[in-house]
Design a protein around this ligand. Structure first.
Ligand code: XMP
Length: 333
């Protein structure tokens, strides 16, 4: 029964006590509100002993890595190392179409890279005033993530493997003695946003729609190829830009364009062509555990559809997903 105003001070004190005077903390930042608030709390609590990295898995939104780096460094004073790993992720995902397999491969590749980075950071910190071991790993896990990974759909089948819940794999915990630090574990999204504002994080970041760790990879129904990722990314950028231009962004909780990798026939000029189907999704929700579809005007959707078909090569059809959650999930996979 704590008051929101006390949270920041209490959490900073708790982090300092937990981490102690020498240990380093590694944190993966994605530019989302959760990891940014987590990173800002760590930075306030332990300064430069917090080491922020952004793993570019090749499935981020258009221009996202550059924008995140700029925001964290210029506005929040958090030094961010970007690890370019797009090719590694893509090669490990080649031919994989099962959503849970995709999530597992992506999750374990993230962990391989976290391990590498922990070693690099310790080496780099040697002989500096902040030399120490990387003993902690920051995660921006929220309360609904904790709940959802404990819930069941049928006997003992977890709904989804959230790679950011349930602790670190044994090898990371035992091999390197890493422990998990989760400052947002008891919070709902709206509470994280309120705390973000309190910490002086810019409104456009605080109000940013959430984006899943596996990114565009779980918005492509089927296996991921460079071409498909490029198409989904361009379509998503057009959709989100139009939403912002229409002043609708803050009325929507999460919106994106995904891709059905079946081909649908279309006509371009007097040619019949086979193209991918872009699926637009936009929902309103308070807690992301249930959600309703956002009601756009038909004229708006028509404009988005025309623009995507005209500007994104390889798309022959655009559809709008009318499924609420439940029974649908917010993501397509
Ligand atoms: P669903 O699709 O389960 O989404 O209704 C609920 C919220 O969780 C996000 N989500 C994920 N986030 N890794 C993540 O980090 C995942 O594998 C994942 N799957 C879903 C989703 O974007 C939405 O905000």
């Amino acid at each position: 029964n704590w008051k929101m105003g006390d949270f920041v001070q209490l959490e900073i004190a708790r982090i300092r006590e937990l981490v102690g005077p020498r240990a380093l903390v590694l944190g993966a930042c994605s530019g989302g509100v959760d990891s940014t608030v987590g990173a800002k709390l760590m930075r306030e609590a332990i300064g430069d002993r917090f080491k922020a990295i952004l793993i570019d898995n090749g499935f981020m939104r258009l221009n996202e890595c550059e924008e995140v780096k700029e925001t964290l460094e210029k506005h929040l004073g958090i030094n961010l190392t970007v690890v370019n790993a797009g090719e590694l992720f893509m090669s490990r995902l080649a031919g994989v179409s099962d959503p849970e397999k995709k999530r597992k491969i992506i999750g374990s590749t993230f962990i391989d890279l976290f391990e590498q980075e922990a070693i690099r950071i310790e080496k780099e910190a040697e002989h500096t005033p902040n030399s120490g071991k990387v003993e902690w790993f920051l995660q921006g896990t929220l309360y609904p993530d904790v709940i959802e990974s404990l819930s069941f759909r049928g006997p003992s089948a977890t709904i989804k493997t959230h790679h950011n819940v349930g602790g670190l794999p044994e090898r990371m915990m035992n091999g390197q003695g890493l422990r998990l630090i989760e400052p947002l574990r008891l919070l709902f999204k709206d509470e994280v946003r309120a705390i973000g504002r309190q910490l002086g994080i810019h409104e456009s970041l605080v109000n940013r729609h959430p984006f899943p760790g596996p990114g565009i990879a779980i918005r492509i129904l089927g296996d991921c190829t460079e071409e498909r990722v490029k198409i989904a990314r361009q379509a998503d950028h057009i959709f989100i830009t139009k939403i912002k231009e229409a002043g609708l962004y803050d009325q929507i909780s999460q919106a994106f364009a995904g891709l059905d990798t079946n081909r649908s026939v279309g006509v371009f000029g007097d040619q019949r062509v086979w193209g991918y189907i872009v699926i637009l999704r936009a929902v309103r929700t308070k807690d992301f555990m249930s959600a309703e579809v956002f009601n756009f005007d038909h004229a708006f959707l028509g404009d988005v559809s025309r623009t995507i078909c005209n500007q994104v090569e390889g798309v022959s059809r655009v559809v709008y997903d009318l499924t609420s959650k439940p029974p649908g999930t917010i993501e397509l996979e």
